[in-house]
Design a protein around this ligand. Structure first.
Ligand code: ZN
Length: 422
């Protein structure tokens, strides 16, 4: 593939913008030949890979439901080989829902996935509206995607495996390896004869998304192990689930091993804190990516933050009680806010102080603004203050997860104002 097409990992341009979308989800929307008989494309914001063999295509992921037809069209511009096998790298909406276009064209592929993909689909059938709401907040969007939650919304895998699976297509061997990372149903595909690895979301070119504040358990330790394994196979080309490919064995090893090291450091810091009997907020204050790794743009916390990853580990190893005694059976936040406002001499002093603090301590300013609006939701200036302070917070926040929640606060306050009229 053309050299300038590859993310030059030493020189990622950090000035192009702080968001995930600006820096990473910028791949070509057309299928391209990235190695002999190997096609790669970005469909909207997710990547997929097609390996051509003498017996047909092995497709690694198929994009979203909406992007499916475009993926089919693009791959068909480069190859007419029948679709032999599809592998879902995991069961997320952007990776495993674009197959219908192929089926409509008469293809009848074998569909392989880790056994937990089917379990995920069944969970989606129970939690469609919840997932739709979470994504609205996470991505800061007004209208949520209708989440697939009926049996017929899924193209179910017909072949599942547990630890690893070797498949031979057209005489060529492909190794499927299970891993846990962002999800518990991940597969990465190693094509030894081509020296190409397709990682799905185990590599996304930024600090791994394994701390998500709103979603189910993530797996930082297992993710570290998986990247160590990916970095050790001797791949010359890494084709990721999002972002640009990495070319060259040394670069691949460095990216994978650096990320492994960063994740293990967060795990070690969190466990040390838990074992020392520290309460959650004290542990979070100790979490950091080791200094010698921080220069790597591919560890920037664009999606998730180190402290969110630590929280995920705390949830995995411990309970939800945060260590503050009153919080085990707390008064409601609105009740606390009314008392705080009474002590402050009303909602107005809280609002004034929030605005004052916004210039020096935005985290604290957010608390004061939130207390003010909770103490009196009908106070227009309090809602206005929430909008100002959380907008400022979101604009300065690097992680998409943080931004999404801050912009949700803005939208809620805007809705409250609108409801009051005028
Ligand atoms: Zn993805």
């Amino acid at each position: 593939m053309a050299r300038d097409d590859v993310n030059d990992i030493e020189n990622i341009d950090r000035s192009v913008g702080g968001t995930v979308f600006e820096r990473f989800f910028t791949g070509k929307r057309e299928a391209e030949v990235v190695a002999p008989d190997t096609y790669f494309m970005t469909a909207d914001y997710v990547n997929l890979v097609a390996f051509e063999t003498s017996e047909g295509l092995l497709l690694v992921d198929c994009g979203t439901k909406e992007a499916g037809p475009k993926v089919h069209e693009e791959i068909r511009k480069l190859s007419q080989a029948p679709l032999h096998t599809v592998v879902y790298t995991h069961g997320h909406l952007d990776h495993a829902f674009g197959l219908q276009a192929w089926l409509d064209a008469g293809e009848r592929p074998r569909v392989i996935a880790h056994e937990n993909v089917a379990h995920r689909f069944r969970t989606y059938m129970k939690t469609g509206p919840m997932n739709s709401n979470i994504n609205k907040v996470q991505f800061g969007i007004q209208a949520g995607l209708a989440w697939p939650d009926r049996e017929e919304d899924f193209v179910w895998p017909d072949t599942v495996y547990r630890d690893s699976l070797s498949v031979v297509i057209g005489g060529e061997r492909f190794e499927l390896h299970h891993a846990k990372g962002e999800t518990d149903d991940a597969t990465w595909v190693w094509a030894p004869e081509r020296k190409i690895v397709a990682t799905g979301d185990l590599w996304v070119g930024m600090l791994p998304n394994c701390g998500n504040p709103q979603k189910v358990q993530r797996w930082p330790e297992e993710w570290a192990d998986a990247l160590e394994a990916v970095g050790s196979v001797g791949a010359e080309l890494l084709l990721p689930g999002h972002g640009r490919p990495i070319e060259g064995a040394d670069a691949i090893r460095k990216c994978c091993f650096d990320t492994t090291e960063a994740l293990r450091a967060i795990v070690q810091q969190t466990l040390a804190g838990l074992n020392a009997g520290m309460i959650h907020e004290e542990i979070l204050a100790t979490i950091e990516i080791p200094e010698h790794l921080r220069g790597n743009a591919y560890l920037d916390p664009l999606y998730d933050r180190p402290e969110f990853i630590a929280r995920n580990l705390i949830r995995k190893y411990g309970g939800w009680w945060n260590g503050h005694s009153a919080h085990v059976l707390p008064a409601r936040m609105a009740e606390q806010a009314v008392e705080i406002a009474r002590l402050a001499g009303g909602v107005a002093p809280l609002v004034a102080r929030a605005r004052e603090l916004a210039g020096s301590d935005l985290a604290l300013a957010c608390h004061l603004a939130e207390w003010a609006a909770l103490a009196d939701p009908k106070d227009r200036d309090a809602q206005q203050c929430v909008i100002e302070v959380f907008k400022q917070r979101g604009d300065g926040e690097i992680s998409l997860m943080g931004r999404g929640i801050f912009s949700h606060a803005v939208r809620r306050a805007e809705a409250a104002l609108e409801e009051m009229g005028g």
